[in-house]
Write a protein that binds this ligand. Structure first.
Ligand code: F6P
Length: 552
């Protein structure tokens, strides 16, 4: 199976533990999970931890007590404790943008106080939550009426990245708790198809658009927002209709006003909330309208419970720290390039996509906090699909492929939709998959079963493939809040070890700028003379030849 990681340099802080871990990995290399379980009958219970209603079983990883000891030492050497405290107290941990990263303040209970850069932030958060709650209740009850006096039946969130993925994921995840007399749609892609298909069967007199954009400058969102506005005004025949059919969520009041949305109908947040960390802010307005303010508060409470655990629990029993450190082990020492997120719950179908942005936009970095080039692996690639669909698609590679793919299985003990024995069947599949990945099936077992010799190699499962299992009682708003916070803090833990900034995203800039520059070359009948490489040039020419030009 996959080659071992090339252990290049280690983060400056933590070098001693890193070297010890590299040496330890060589010693442990030949040890199979079968052996680790056989020699420790209590391993399954021992290597587990629980917080905020989430049980983490990390025993099916290629680790022993020494691995854990060294990983915890690495965390201490890298100053993880101080970095956690710095984040929670509002230090400017987002160094390149000189900002705090205080998503935890979004879920702090009313009455707590936190002064950041001279401003008390928790009362501001509570004020916005209260305004959101009043608005959400008005929409849900029918008190908020459209331009013609009809009640709102459709809510369309227009946003992209963190202003879309969190809201869609949360809506899908908590659909069970949602108002079923309201339709929710999410438009993100600048591809006109997204807007067209999301609105084709909607009645504009009953439709409310939420324009969600932290900066209110994102071209995809503004393009869709203008399309929505044109659709609404054309349908209602009156510019004044915008007031009743558009609200905004943003940090940019000027941009919102310029677009023509009354800032009375704007819900604000702050530069210390990163886009991919914003689903608990006003960016969650569509979630609150869907599930109601009380359930939204429960979502925040779940996140807060995990925040408190991350901040206070000893590292050896700290879920986000353990999840983060195990990811470092798999990625930097075992050479795994990816992590599969496998929720055994249909409501979590967008959870892998949500985590992709959270983890990859945060930790896809190549320089340290001080800008020095990194010589070790950083963020793994996150991907996944809900079980059991993935089993009939890519699990073959997980079991018998040549690549090492650590998996996070996520499941719930109670279903929200009982249907015969189907929930037991679903969870049997979850447990069976992690068992099969870890223990496999040997050639001896196959021969003993009478499998013909020519098929033995094909049917052998070598096992020893790592996974975590996250189990909660039931998918509630609080459980989702805790799960989201768990992954946010696991991402932060990894960033602290790698000594990178998980809160900026400079890597998205170049493509954006080039697209803006290139637009006139695709739009104007006489193309401006711009130098490109031969590949880009040929593609532009072909596009211009085959595109449909507007008729005047
Ligand atoms: O993809 C870059 C990014 O800045 C994300 O970090 C962010 O979530 C997304 O664009 C949307 O940004 P905004 O909310 O400002 O429209």
């Amino acid at each position: 199976m996959s080659g071992q990681a090339r252990i290049l340099r280690a983060p400056r802080a933590g070098r001693a533990a890193w070297r010890l871990l590299a040496a330890h990995e060589k010693q442990l290399r030949g040890t199979h999970l079968r052996e680790l379980f056989a020699t420790d009958p209590r391993r399954g219970e021992r290597m587990s931890a629980e917080a905020a209603g989430i049980y983490l079983d990390y025993s099916k990883n290629r680790i022993n007590d020494e691995t854990l000891r060294l990983l915890l030492e690495l965390a201490h050497e890298c100053g993880l404790g101080e970095r956690i405290e710095a984040m929670f107290t509002g230090a400017h941990v987002n160094t390149t943008e000189d900002r705090a990263a205080l998503h935890s303040a979004l879920r702090a209970p009313r009455g707590e106080r936190l002064v950041v850069d001279g401003v008390e932030v928790i009362s501001q958060v509570q004020e916005v939550l209260d305004r959101m709650a009043t608005f959400a209740e008005r929409v849900r009850s029918g008190a908020w009426r459209g331009h013609t006096g009809k009640r709102i039946r459709n809510v369309v969130n227009i946003g992209i990245g963190g202003s879309d993925l969190g809201p869609v994921m949360a809506y899908e995840a908590l659909r069970h708790y949602s108002a079923r007399d309201l339709n929710f749609r999410f438009v993100s892609n600048v591809d006109g198809t997204d807007f067209a298909e999301a609105t084709r069967d909607l009645d504009c007199t009953e439709t409310l658009f939420i324009i969600s954009s932290k900066t209110f400058t994102t071209i995809e969102t503004l393009s869709n927002a203008h399309a929505a506005r044109a659709w609404c005004v054309a349908g209602l025949g009156d510019e004044a209709a915008v007031r009743k059919h558009f609200v905004a969520v943003s940090t940019n009041g000027t941009g919102v006003a310029q677009f023509g949305i009354d800032t009375d109908n704007m819900f604000g947040f702050w530069d210390w909330v990163g886009g991919r960390y914003s689903m608990d802010s006003a960016i969650g307005l569509s979630t609150m309208i869907a599930i109601g303010p009380e359930h939204f508060r429960a979502l925040l409470a779940g996140g807060h419970a995990m925040d408190a655990h991350f901040r206070n629990a000893p590292f050896a029993a700290n879920l986000p720290v353990l999840l983060g450190l195990i990811s470092i082990w798999n990625n930097d020492f075992l050479g795994a390039q990816t992590t599969a997120i496998l929720p055994y719950d249909q409501y979590l179908k967008r959870f892998p996509a949500y985590l992709q942005q959270l983890a990859m936009e945060s930790n896809g970095k190549q320089v340290t906090l001080r800008g020095a080039r990194i010589g070790y692996q950083t963020g793994p690639i996150y991907w996944g699909e809900p079980g059991t669909n993935g089993q009939h698609s890519f699990y073959q590679l997980l079991h018998q492929g040549t690549k090492l793919v650590p998996c996070d299985f996520i499941g719930f003990c109670q279903t929200l939709n009982p249907l015969g024995r189907q929930h037991d069947l679903l969870i049997a599949n979850l447990f069976a998959q992690s068992e099969a990945l870890a223990f496999g099936k040997t050639a001896e077992q196959l021969r003993a079963e009478g499998v013909p010799a020519r098929l033995v190699a094909h049917r052998t499962f070598e096992g020893n493939r790592p996974s975590n299992t996250l189990l909660a009682e039931r998918l509630t708003p609080a459980a989702l809040g805790a799960l989201v916070a768990l992954y946010e803090h696991s991402v932060y833990t990894q960033a602290a070890i790698w000594n990178i900034n998980p809160f900026d995203q400079w890597g998205v800039e170049l493509g954006k700028a080039l697209a803006q520059q290139m637009l006139p070359e695709l739009e104007l009948p006489s193309a401006p003379d711009v130098a490109h490489d031969s590949s880009t040039q040929a593609l532009i020419q072909r596009y211009r030849r085959l595109k449909r030009w507007p008729t005047t």
